[in-house]
Design a protein around this ligand. Sequence first.
Ligand code: G4P
Ligand code: NA
Ligand code: NA
Length: 194
Amino acid sequence: MKLLQDKIMQEGIALSDQVLKVDAFLNHQVDPVLMAEIGKEFAARFRAERITKVLTIESSGIAPAVMTALELKVPVIYARKRKSLTLREDLYTEKVYSFTKQEESEVSVSKKFLFAGERILIIDDFLANGEAAFGLARIIEQAGATVSGIGIVIEKAFQPGGDKLAAAGYRVESLARIASLGEGSIVFADERQH
Ligand code: G4P
Ligand code: NA
Ligand code: NA
């Protein structure tokens, strides 16, 4: 997505060869005009999947997920993260390990909002190792619903998450794919071939 790539080039900062800082428009300050365009793009790519609900994870997935759900005219759920291990029977819960943060968290969604037979679109801001997306997929599958697609704003294509999700059979659409990061350099990769 050209608009997003331009924004990344203008306002993104490669903090290292691993981490891209985009707090000017996605992770802290949010650009609503860009988010609206991102929502339109995801909706166009997934409209034929007859999505019934969008699922994301707090906090930075919420902005692109809401704009996508608005376009598709369906509800959006954001999974909640917490550290404590309190088992609750009214929640679907999965453990997600973050290699970036080196910590495990529990991700959960209320059983009130996710039903068997639903066609769910997962949206997230970043894709690195794929742990968050796999955790959300497991929650959807626990509910007896279907993962109808995974939409990612920025995929770090040099990390394994995208390939692992595709190998698991999920359709992954990333609006920007980063091939490499370096001091003052951001290089994009081509779109994933289906
Ligand atoms: P994974 O799910 O793909 O395995 O990713 P990982 O655990 O490594 O990511 C942990 C957190 O770090 C996530 O945010 C993810 O969005 C973010 N992240 C990973 N790589 C980058 C990067 O290069 N740049 C930025 N800006 N973020 C990155 P989170 O902890 O869930 O926080 P939130 O922002 O959603 O609240
Ligand atoms: Na994030
Ligand atoms: Na996220």
